[in-house]
Design a binder for this molecule. Structure first.
Ligand code: NAD
Length: 413
């Protein structure tokens, strides 16, 4: 485990504790034990706190700190590596792990540029291992239903959509204070919806536009963003287009009734899908507790803590399920049949577009474009647009005022 922050605590920790109690089983690979062997982080403080609190719930693990924490972890005898460092530090850790021949699972957004994606994909192929990325919203039952209706042709041709994910101020002001300078909430959370749109509706990304607001997390003319509004245009094989607006922020007041605001609306030729992941039916009030100690609208589907009807305490949901899926994919590749058939099993696992890095190209292109547009904006040139398949290259930034197009990626997106 590389990175022991918030997402470790929300999803990886319950996964490792659950699989420590109940190893994976599948008729194809038998019983497969999955133990947290080693962790790497900047200072090791949270790793030590976890070690103290987790005694008996996970196996004994080693903790390595910077400098060089990832290389030390790689020498500790691990089989796969999960990367949950800040967004702009995924690439270095993932590259080191792949170069050492380890399967890798990276938190979203996988990487911030297509050049980085190419390098990780090349290394994974060279080493014969998996390189995958976590987009847990694809496993949200509501999003699975949406995709099922689209796949079965009940919802016909998406025309336009709106998605919103607003994080609390605490994220910007304390949780991410160490690395938030120069960052934006779009890369951090709009990417969930970029992937949802890309995976659910298919099509070819055509263009990316973005604007945003500053002044709360950093200065009003700086490069750290409070909120962003992203627009993606997709083109479909029948020649028609759809546009999607994705609004994000990390400065929502702490007394907001839910932990995050999460909403999607999609319009089709023959229908409308309106989904609200925060308002799925439960409203909880506890005097003196909600909405600060506990939220009023709670998401019990992501990684809720429960007392199961059979008496066991559990933490479960799609945020944990997505990690178990990856461990099962690794187990299938390594133990799911004769060694001679490993290449075929590896290819089958790679063909899963929901999490394979090779299927993350359009999402990474959108993120790279958004970062470039916001960088230009901070440098005094707002309203740039990135286009895909431009005569000058695969991903090209067009700046208002007739400046030369800037090639962000020369190859085909
Ligand atoms: N899937 C989701 O919904 C979701 C939610 C939150 C975060 N995330 C993603 O998870 C990643 C981590 O986010 P977080 O909220 O846990 O962040 P965080 O700031 O809480 O934790 C980051 C961790 O990375 C470690 N770290 C930083 N630099 C490092 C380095 N060079 N080498 C090794 N360790 C290093 C830190 O010590 C810390 O343990 C981000 O990419 C984020 O986008 C995903």
């Amino acid at each position: 485990m590389v990175g022991m922050g918030m997402i470790f605590d929300e999803t990886y920790r319950p996964f490792f504790e659950q699989v420590h109690r109940h190893p994976l089983y599948d008729p194809a690979f038998g019983v497969c034990r999955v133990e947290l062997r080693a962790v790497a982080s900047r200072t090791g403080t949270r790793a030590e706190a976890y070690r103290r609190s987790a005694a008996g719930r996970v196996a004994a693990f080693e903790s390595f700190t910077e400098p060089d924490s990832v290389q030390k972890l790689l020498r500790a005898g691990v089989d796969f590596v999960c990367v949950a460092t800040p967004d702009n530090r995924h690439f270095a850790a993932a590259r080191a792990a792949l170069a050492a021949g380890k399967h890798v699972l990276i938190e979203k957004p996988s990487v911030l540029s297509l050049a980085e994606l190419d390098e990780l994909d090349r290394l994974a192929r060279q080493q014969g291992v998996l390189a995958k990325v976590v987009y847990h919203k694809l496993l949200d039952p509501d999003h699975k239903k949406l995709r099922t209706l689209v796949a079965d042709g009940e919802l016909v041709h998406v025309n336009h959509g709106y998605c919103s994910l607003l994080e609390p101020k605490q994220i910007a002001q304390s949780q991410f204070a160490e690395w938030i300078r120069g960052r934006n909430p779009g890369t951090y959370v709009a990417v969930h919806y970029i992937k949802l749109i890309d995976f659910t509706f298919g099509g070819r990304l055509a263009s990316v536009a973005c604007t945003g607001q500053r002044g709360l997390v950093g200065p009003p003319n700086g490069d750290t963003w409070d909120s962003t509004q992203l627009r993606l245009v997709y083109r479909y094989p029948d020649g028609r287009e759809a546009a999607f607006d994705i609004h994000t922020s990390w400065v929502t007041p702490e007394n907001f009734p839910g932990y995050v605001e999460q909403e999607v609306q999609f319009r089709f030729d023959n229908g409308v899908w309106n989904g609200h992941s925060r308002k799925r039916g439960v409203e909880l009030t506890i005097e003196g507790v909600t909405p600060l100690g506990r939220k009023i609208t709670i998401n019990n589907h992501y990684n809720g803590t429960f007392l199961e009807p059979w008496g066991e305490r559990s933490q479960r949901g799609y945020g944990v399920e997505v990690l178990e899926r990856f461990a099962r994919e690794v187990a299938h590749v390594e133990f799911g049949g004769p060694a001679a058939e490993r290449p075929a099993r590896l290819e089958a696992a790679r063909a899963l577009a929901y999490n394979d890095l090779s299927a993350d190209r359009q999402t990474v292109a959108a993120v790279q474009a958004m970062e470039a547009i916001l960088a230009q904006h901070a440098a005094g040139i707002p309203n740039c647009v990135a286009v895909v398949d431009h005569p000058a290259g695969g991903l090209v930034l067009l700046r208002p005022g007739g400046a030369e197009p800037q090639v962000l990626y020369a190859g085909t997106v």
